[in-house]
Each structure stands twice: as structure tokens, then as C-alpha cells.
Ligand binder design. Structure first.
Ligand code: PRP
Length: 181
């Protein structure tokens, strides 16, 4: 088994997603002119986005963007490429980038720049997880679910080599023997 231990159990995840939704409703949904679009960052954010969308009272459209940064390993390459772009216009709309995790911060930084070019009315970000110890650029999502230690995490959308995305909790990956040092 590749799981060392459960870091965030399923009920705690669901509770926090509901809290984030209430905070987003309060910040964004109060304006009658709100035209909210959740932009999920593929692939890791798709489960978080689905739960967040269902917890929001504010009506929201959904779009996705895909980036490549990690390859198949566990380290950020710093090489951020947009591999699938938005499908709908976001001009003049209220956009929230939905991320599973902010690690080095390079992906979020690149996405804010990329999406901002399309002139949304507002552009904010919501990340389920953050690893502050790993930051190489000073950036935080506007909403963060949990700050976690510098361990490789899987589950609830997050993978290791495309495995474990379907776990209902966040767990710490057992270090592969070859990479122990
Ligand atoms: C992860 C995650 C973020 C990014 C964060 O994606 O979904 O997009 O890395 O890392 P950073 O802050 O160091 O830039 P990953 O490339 O693992 O792809 P996936 O979501 O498809 O699994």
C-alpha cells in the first residue's frame, strides 16, 4: 500500500469545503451583478471543484484549464505550460481559479497572469491545500482550505503517477524506497 497515513479525513474535508463556500458566497455572491465562473485547474482540482460548486449558493458557471508542471514525478519543474485553455469568454466576469494545491506557487502565479490577460471583472483563487514551506514565489490563494506540511499528498483529486485520485481523504504517500535518503 502506498499510503503512509491519512492527513485529512473525508468528513473534515467536506466540512471545510462548506466553510469555504460560505466565505465565497459572502464575498462574491452579495453583488446582484455577480457573474461567477469557477475555473478548475486540471486535473487535480476536479473533485474539489465539484464539491465546492455544490456547496455554493451563488450560481456559477464552470470551465477548466490544464497546465503541465510536474511530469510524472514529485517535484515541480518550474516549467508551466498551458496544455488546455479556457473554452468560454471570461471578459467582464468574476473568475475564481480553483486549485487542489499551491506548492511552489509557480502554477498559480502563471495562471493569474494568463487568465488576467482575458480581462475578467475580478480574478481570485481558491486552493484546497497549501504547502507554505515549499513556496518559491510569494503568493497565496485568496481562500485556502488547509495549510499542510511538506509531504507528498494524494487523494481527493490528487495523484501520484495518476493513482489515488479517487480516495475520499487526503493521505501522505509512503516514500518510494528508491527515493529514500
Ligand atoms: C499540481 C497542482 C497544481 C500544481 C501546484 O498539479 O494541481 O496545479 O501542481 O504546484 P506549484 O505550486 O509548485 O506550481 P500537477 O502538475 O501535479 O498536475 P495534476 O493536477 O494534473 O495532478
Amino acid at each position: 500500500m502506498e499510503i503512509e497515513r491519512i492527513l485529512i479525513p473525508s468528513d473534515r474535508l467536506q466540512e471545510r469545503v462548506k466553510e469555504l463556500a460560505r466565505e465565497i458566497d459572502a464575498a462574491i455572491g452579495e453583488s446582484r451583478e455577480t457573474d461567477l465562473v469557477l475555473v478548475g485547474v486540471l486535473r487535480g482540482a476536479f473533485i474539489f471543484l465539484a464539491d465546492l460548486l455544490r456547496a455554493l449558493d451563488t450560481p456559477a458557471a464552470v470551465d477548466f484549464i490544464a497546465v503541465s508542471s510536474y511530469g510524472g514525478g514529485t517535484q515541480s519543474s518550474g516549467d508551466i505550460r498551458i496544455t488546455q485553455d479556457l473554452t468560454a469568454s471570461i471578459r467582464g466576469r468574476d473568475v475564481i481559479l480553483v486549485e487542489d494545491i499551491v506548492d511552489s506557487g509557480l502554477t498559480l502565479q502563471a495562471l493569474i497572469q494568463h487568465v488576467g490577460v482575458h480581462r475578467p471583472r475580478s480574478l481570485r483563487s481558491c486552493a484546497l491545500l497549501s504547502k507554505p514551506d515549499r513556496r518559491v514565489v510569494a503568493i497565496e490563494a485568496d481562500w485556502t482550505g488547509f495549510e499542510i506540511p511538506d509531504a507528498f499528498v494524494i487523494g481527493y483529486g490528487l495523484d501520484y503517477a495518476e493513482r489515488h485520485r479517487g480516495l475520499p481523504y487526503i493521505a501522505i504517500l509512503r516514500a518510494p524506497e528508491a527515493s529514500l535518503d
